[in-house]
Design a protein around this ligand. Sequence first.
Ligand code: F6P
Length: 357
Amino acid sequence: MKIGILNSGGDCPGLNAVIHGVVGAAAELGWEVVGFRDGFEGLLPPGDFMMLKPEDTVGILKLGGTILGTTNKGHFAAKVGVGEVSGVPKEIVAKAKRTMEQMGIGALVVVGGDGSLTTGLQLYREGWPIIGVPKTIDNDLQATAMTFGFDSAVSTVVDGLDRLHTTAASHKRVMVLEVMGRHAGWIALWGGMAGGANVVLLPEIPFDMAKVAAHIKAREAAGCHSTLVVVAEGARLPDGHVMSIDDNCGGEVRLGGMGEYVAQQIEKLTGKETRACTLGHLQRGGAPTSLDRILGVRFGVMAVKLAAEGRFGRMVSYQSYHVDSVPIEEAVDQLRLVNPTGEMVQAARAIGICFGD
Ligand code: F6P
């Protein structure tokens, strides 16, 4: 048996842990592992790949990024945004299929987010032996309670807030930190709570600047002269407006700028000196946390198990502390968003965190 693996979409801490898990578990079964480079692109003739033996994965667990490389969009993009499925062109699928057949690949592990898994689902429906592994730092994939990479991103946010806290307190300033989170505010919520933020602005809870300013003024009156504000890049104003850097980046708008906007408005409405800082891709790079390493390895092992059982068209999933699997179609096209009235938001409100609503 020869099993293929590829990473597709944006990178994420823990991708190498998945590769480590797949290679280790496949070796135990006496299988060969083919790692396709740069996502699905590696399947295009003549095929861009590397054979992966356990000795090739020594030391990769602690590495950020992916030793295989990845491609965001490219020839295999099946959709441009949530709900906008267009499909991979037939001639591209046919070319890639030839590579699969010529190489004798009996199972293909696709490690990706919503877009890449949509491509995987299309290929599965066309008869490919696909196994999905969920990947996104945003943690917004349906049908899995957690994706690897999220914990690493949150720990970067917490580290950032710890640093901003001391400078904010010294200068009696408001510090605004913009974090990733396109549609879902999980990184902002978890990072904000763990890092002691006073205001958290999420895509799921449209915010009103006047309420944010009132909260900061009330803190000031109570003797708290510094404030930490976390803003998800996809946070929206009451009219649904989001901030973007450009109109189109391979079909999907690049978000950014809400942190700077919020900081300017805070200074204007409160008179308090305010600075903004954007964490950006620092959240995607660097070594994975131990949780993400373990999650990644377990996901990789489960992917091989599914392949051994011939259970294709399924995505590895994490539920109630167990790694299991679900049909890929249950995972794509319905994002897992923060529940504005859920327990986590209630807990944050209970300790005085303001959501600007
Ligand atoms: O989907 C994950 C994510 O990190 C988003 O939070 C962010 O908007 C996007 O990727 C950034 O992608 P790119 O690498 O194309 O800038």
